[in-house]
Design a protein around this ligand. Structure first.
Ligand SMILES: Cc1cc2nc3c(=O)[nH]c(=O)nc-3n(C[C@H](O)[C@H](O)[C@H](O)COP(=O)(O)OP(=O)(O)OC[C@H]3O[C@@H](n4cnc5c(N)ncnc54)[C@H](O)[C@@H]3O)c2cc1C
Length: 377
């Protein structure tokens, strides 16, 4: 299926595809395992300036489209999630800074975030909730000259390696968003998680102990945190889905290669067994549908449309399909599919995370159903 991209978007696609083939695919297992890119590859990624794509020139971007960024994320995650996740986390801080931050915050923080020289993070989830802002326990108390923040966060990607993060805290009855710096007194990273889908990832607890955020580090207005959260997560969900479309394309390619080379009675299983063909056909159809849906929603974003419901529907769709696509690919590989020697096992593990990260599926169902019933505000 052909999706109509602009000249600039096609150029991004071409250059990232080349980077993936030459630099990432040969080392993708090692990168998945450690969570880090070798310096040479990291430098190359930084030199491509991919996160600049969807940000305005006035703030260090190149004034391209959101579609352009999503193309890059999809291509990168064909090989490994690590570089895509670097871009994604920085986006989750850079976007609310651009949209709600003061000019002073933008000029101080956006440049190094967009160039990936600084590492960003997004801290909403706490031990008791990753879904409900009302239940947040971290508080920001107004004091002379700023805000005293106390509490803890859980499952925060880049909690121990980030330089800056956006952190959501209760300000009385409402929620507000703050720019937090990890090198300031009162910030402490805690226990690190080890997930089945991403062993090398930096993700864990963080603690705020009398952390003093100056007044100038409030992002948006007091009480605007919920709006900032929803708007950032809406684009975040779309960017997040791009990672799984990349994984789907890889799973399909691996399955096709395996089905074309594994022989039974002298004939490749793809040619010999109709049941293998059924799985390949199902995988291809679902992958193409995911891709079309992803770039349809991206096009709406670039047209300035509100995509709150569409982003939830996309996540619902992608999270369901990717599980089946990777499961089919694994089944085609027989016992080799379960072996960590083959890349397909890693893709199957990564697929599971689509249903939890960036909002549970039940919440997406609620949003979509409310949209269908015209009950969204
Ligand atoms: C790899 C990974 C990386 C992550 N990175 C980050 C990060 O960088 N920053 C961050 O802030 N968080 C991060 N998270 C946390 C993640 O976003 C949350 O785990 C997720 O939003 C779910 O929250 P929870 O685990 O608290 O589940 P809960 O909110 O406790 O939900 C539990 C169950 O109840 C259901 N439920 C909850 N509320 C409702 C409702 N209103 N209606 C219907 N059903 C409901 C859910 O669907 C789910 O099935 C990460 C998680 C993982 C696994």
């Amino acid at each position: 299926m052909e999706i109509k991209f602009s000249f600039e978007e096609r150029e991004i696609q071409k250059s990232v595809r080349k980077f993936v083939k030459n630099d990432l695919l040969p080392i993708c297992r090692e990168v998945d395992e450690t969570g880090f890119l070798p310096d040479r590859v990291r430098d190359r990624l930084l030199s491509m300036g991919l996160l600049r794509v969807s940000f305005p020139e006035a703030w260090g971007g190149v004034g391209g489209t959101f579609t352009g960024l999503v193309i890059a994320l999809k291509q990168l995650s064909y090989a490994t999630l690590v570089p895509a996740w670097m871009l994604f986390e920085n986006f989750m801080l850079a976007y609310p800074l651009l949209t709600y931050g003061s000019d002073a915050l933008k000029s101080a923080y956006l440049g190094p975030l967009l160039s990936l020289e600084r590492i960003g993070a997004f801290a909403f989830t706490e031990a008791d909730t990753g879904s409900d802002p009302i239940q947040l326990k971290t508080t920001a108390q107004k004091v002379s000259g700023g805000w005293l923040i106390n509490g803890s966060k859980r499952f925060i990607t880049h909690s121990s390696i980030c330089d800056h993060l956006i952190l959501f805290a209760k300000t009385g009855d409402s929620v507000s968003a703050f720019l937090v710096q990890s090198d300031r007194e009162g910030y402490r990273a805690g226990k690190r998680e080890s997930f089945i889908h991403a062993r090398g990832f930096d993700n864990g607890d963080l603690y705020l102990e009398d952390y003093m955020a100056p007044d100038t580090h409030l992002i948006g207005r007091v009480g605007q945190g919920f709006d900032i959260l929803l708007r950032t997560e809406t684009l975040g969900k779309i960017a997040f889905c791009a990672l799984f479309v990349g994984i789907a394309e890889r799973a399909l390619d691996l399955a096709v290669t395996y089905a074309s080379t594994r022989c039974h009675r002298g004939k490749p299983i793809g040619a010999r067994f109709q049941m293998t063909q059924v799985k390949l056909a199902r995988m291809l159809t679902k992958t193409e549908a995911m891709k079309a849906y992803l770039f349809h929603v991206c096009a709406l974003v670039d047209q300035g449309k509100d995509v709150f419901m569409e982003a939830a529907a996309l996540k619902l769709f992608v999270a369901g399909e990717i599980k089946e696509i990777t499961s089919d690919a694994m089944e085609i590989h027989g016992a080799y599919g379960l072996s960590m020697e083959y890349d397909i096992a890693g893709l199957y593990q990564k697929a599971i995370s689509a249903q939890v990260v960036m909002g549970s599926l039940d919440i997406q169902r609620v949003i979509v159903a409310k949209g269908a019933l015209s009950l969204l505000p």
